[in-house]
Design a protein around this ligand. Structure first.
Ligand code: FRU
Length: 538
């Protein structure tokens, strides 16, 4: 092991990452390293876990393998943020033990100390996670996944596993994992949504230790092209109405609209025991053999296993979602070495009554505006065929937010291109004829690491095309596109050999730009740096 690596591991185990003179000089400056998305210091990360808000801190745990840059025996890595933008690395929270690896799960603040883990009047934080016993799996058993709990009385800094784990034994289904727990006040019970192969099973508990099966949802609804994972259930108000609905989110692998992993959702009612799909959605989502029918939370290839924060303040509280920004098709092969995988930007979810029915929208949280440094805008410009937006508005190579509101009704196709001096380009196209948005990364940069990577992704156009608003976040090796305030979202990885510096808009007819802005975004790791050294040198 090199000295540098040893030092990194010591830092990881013993505490917070602090800027330190002896740290590798290129840490967080490596090629493709996101500058304002969460990534682990080093090694492999997948799903976000245990997202809970307590005493001013947003906790983010994550599936973590500290000894390699591909998937391995899972731990829970840990970071906290006070603003959802800047992250502080903390020591690993949960290590594998004799019951197995620590798979995905959630965390809650047990305000009423129902678990009895609290002391001195302080509510405990309780994590609910899956044990994955690979030995049992290798022996051909089917009961190798079970649910367990751990608690913390020091704001998540240290964790004690419950002595009587597991708290929910396997019922014989090999896929039995990823518990997401919330407090359901009308029955004074904790509710667990659990992914069980092709459905979500609901369990209830008075104390987080004793669980009773309540019901199953999903076998006849939604996408079943793969196994269901990482569910989440929460109430959301319908925007502009007094009424609320329950939203059930579940990831599916494979079966995504553009291949591989993706996340679907359902809207309905929950009565403390059972989730019932809204009648309006039943014809859209009923399983028809040979078809893959679902409502997708994100149409891009790279947003998986996402869930929402528990315990956010406010009345009603925001529902903030974060996903793993990768895809199991190629996650272990992407061309990064010291670390693998980033999280998506945090997104606020909202429910809207649209012409198509009730739909979930996702928009970047407002806190992200703090990243903007230089911003330039233009207004009321008619574009005949092409506009070099970067020539007009500048922008920081590899690291910018682009906002455009435009009237596209006189064009069949409008294209926003990000490109670099190596003639690599990422094309986002509004294709009016086919009524789709496409995101073409076939010539966007490196792709040879996986046959599945160089694809053209598509999303159906959901709303009106006349006035269209776009918000695009570029961060070295990812783009997140929010169309019409998050009505449609596309998240995708890209690996350009040099950062994209050019932004051009082209069309086959006139386009009226109402307003276009480019915001340069700063690094959360080097907030004062002018230029991210190393990232321009791939
Ligand atoms: C989703 C998932 C979960 C599981 C975890 C293991 O990406 O497969 O179902 O708990 O990853 O790392």
């Amino acid at each position: 092991m090199t000295n540098k690596l040893a030092l990194l591991i010591i830092l990881l185990i013993t505490g917070t990452l602090q800027a330190n003179a002896s740290m590798p000089a290129d840490l967080y400056r490596e090629p493709f390293r996101p500058q304002y998305h969460f990534t682990p210091l080093q090694q492999w990360m997948n799903d976000p876990n245990g997202m809970v808000y307590y005493q001013g801190e947003y906790h983010l745990f994550y599936q973590y393998y500290p000894h390699g840059n591909t998937w391995g025996p899972m731990h829970w890595g840990h970071a906290v943020s006070r603003d959802l933008v800047h992250w502080e690395h903390l020591p690993i929270a949960l290590f594998p033990d004799r019951h197995g690896m620590i798979f995905s799960g959630s965390a809650v603040v047990d305000w009423q100390n129902t678990s009895g883990f609290g002391s001195d009047g302080e509510p405990p934080l309780v994590a609910i996670y899956t044990y994955h016993d690979s030995l049992g799996k290798n022996l051909g058993r089917t009961d190798f996944q079970s649910q367990a709990i751990a608690y913390s009385s020091d704001r998540g800094r240290s964790w004690t596993k419950y002595a009587d784990n597991p708290v929910l034994e396997n019922q014989g289904d090999a896929d039995f994992r990823d518990p997401k727990v919330f407090w359901y006040a009308p029955t004074s019970r904790w509710i667990m949504a659990l992914a069980v192969r092709n459905r979500v099973s609901f369990y209830s508990s008075p104390n987080l230790k004793d669980w009773t099966f309540e019901s199953d949802f999903g076998e006849q609804w939604g996408s079943h092209a793969g196994v269901w994972e990482c569910p989440d259930l929460f109430a959301l108000p319908i925007t502009g109405e007094a009424q609320s609905k329950y939203v059930l989110v579940t990831s599916v692998l494979p079966g995504g609209p553009n291949g591989g992993s993706a996340t679907q959702y359902f809207v309905g009612e929950f009565d403390g025991k059972q989730f019932t799909l809204d009648e309006d959605l039943q014809s859209t989502l009923q399983v028809i053999p040979g078809k893959n029918r679902a409502l997708w939370l994100d149409f891009g290839t790279d947003n998986y296993a996402g869930v929402t924060w528990s315990g956010l303040p406010g009345e009603p509280a925001r529902r903030v979602f974060i996903g793993w920004m990768s895809n199991w098709l190629y996650a272990t092969e992407v061309p990064t070495e010291r670390w693998r995988s980033a999280m998506t930007l945090p997104r606020a979810l909202s429910l809207h009554r649209t012409a198509l029915g009730l739909r979930l929208h996702a928009s970047p949280v407002g806190e992200l505006e703090a990243l903007r440094t230089a911003s330039r805008s233009l207004e009321d410009m008619r574009v005949e065929q092409a506009l070099d937006l970067s020539a007009e508005l500048g922008g920081k190579p590899g690291q910018m937010e682009i906002e455009i509101t435009m009237d596209t009704r006189d064009s069949e196709a409008v294209r926003l291109r990000l490109s670099n001096s190596d003639d690599e380009r990422l094309d986002f196209t509004i294709d009016r004829n086919r009524r789709v948005y496409t995101l073409d990364r076939t010539a966007a940069g490196r792709s040879g690491f996986s046959e599945s990577f160089a694809t053209v992704q598509a999303a159906p156009i959901a709303g009106s095309l006349d006035e269209l608003s776009l918000r695009l976040f570029l961060d070295q090796s990812s783009v997140e596109i929010f169309i019409n305030e998050g009505e449609t979202v596309m998240t995708a990885l890209v690996f350009p050999n040099s950062p994209y510096s050019q932004v051009t808009l082209t069309s086959d007819g006139p386009v009226n730009i109402r307003r276009a802005s480019i915001h340069e975004l700063k690094s959360i790791w080097f907030p004062d740096a002018q230029q991210v050294v190393g990232n321009s040198d791939r």
